[in-house]
Design a protein around this ligand. Structure first.
Ligand SMILES: [Zn+2]
Length: 237
């Protein structure tokens, strides 16, 4: 019986070790996705800038088309003027030309604004791309380091899992099952130390008869309060 208890204790130690390893592994996984998210944010910013730039360029082209069309209108009107006979018509075409020139000036103003916006966006985009490259390189290194830590922990987990299987094989299957269920129900602790008449798992006083029976190692005894399997330990470890 003592041997069974020792094996259960070993099982619990291995399980706790695996829990710790898994916790640090998922911590690293979270850091890993944090790193990737950081890169994704800047990559999205680059994409947004590129889209804006394309839009401004398209607006600029559109203005250029309108500009050319207006200039053409002016030229045409000026040509037509030569053939005009009446003063009234002459004045009407003159007003059209004035309006068209005003239009051309306005478009040129807008074009200048657009060019300014494009230059500013291009500069911003270049800076953002530089930032992205730097970040991506840096992140790649950090990702690699984190991944190798994660892999290292995984091989420790695998080793512990193999060791656990070896230990579990030597314990009756029904007991392993009981241990596993208890562990799930009792926040990872299927076993509890009994000392000075107390269960250290739940800090409750154990019935004296039960506590005395622990010394005999005749059967597995469980705490009547928390149901954990009791292991007698006389001294603090
Ligand atoms: Zn208890």
């Amino acid at each position: 019986m003592k041997k069974k208890l020792d094996m259960l204790e070993e099982l619990q130690e291995i399980d706790q070790q695996i829990d710790v390893l898994k916790a640090s592994q998922s911590g690293l996984q979270a850091e890993l996705s944090g790193i990737n998210q950081g890169v994704d944010v800047v990559r999205d910013e680059v994409t947004q800038l590129e889209t804006s730039l394309v839009e401004r360029e398209a607006e600029k082209s559109e203005l250029e088309v309108t500009h050319a069309a207006e200039l053409e209108n002016i030229t045409r009107s000026e040509t037509n003027m030569k053939e005009i006979k009446t003063n009234k018509e002459f004045q009407a075409v003159g007003r059209e030309i004035t309006a068209a020139r005003k239009q051309v000036t306005d478009i040129e103003e807008l074009l200048l604004q657009k060019i300014g916006q494009i230059e500013a966006l291009s500069a911003e985009l270049a800076a953002k791309k530089g930032q992205l490259d730097e970040l991506a390189e840096n992140s790649a290194k950090r990702t690699e380091a984190k991944q190798s830590e994660i892999n290292k922990i995984q091989s420790d987990i695998n080793a512990d899992t193999a060791r656990r299987e070896g230990v579990a094989k030597a314990i009756p299957a029904s007991l392993v099952k009981r241990f596993t269920i208890l562990r799930e129900q009792r926040r990872g602790q299927a076993l509890a130390i009994a000392r000075d008449g107390y269960c250290m798992g739940c800090n409750m006083h154990l019935p004296p008869q039960l506590y005395n029976n622990l010394y005999k190692y005749e059967e597995l005894l469980a705490c009547p309060h928390c149901q954990r399997i009791l292991i007698l330990k006389l001294q603090q470890q």
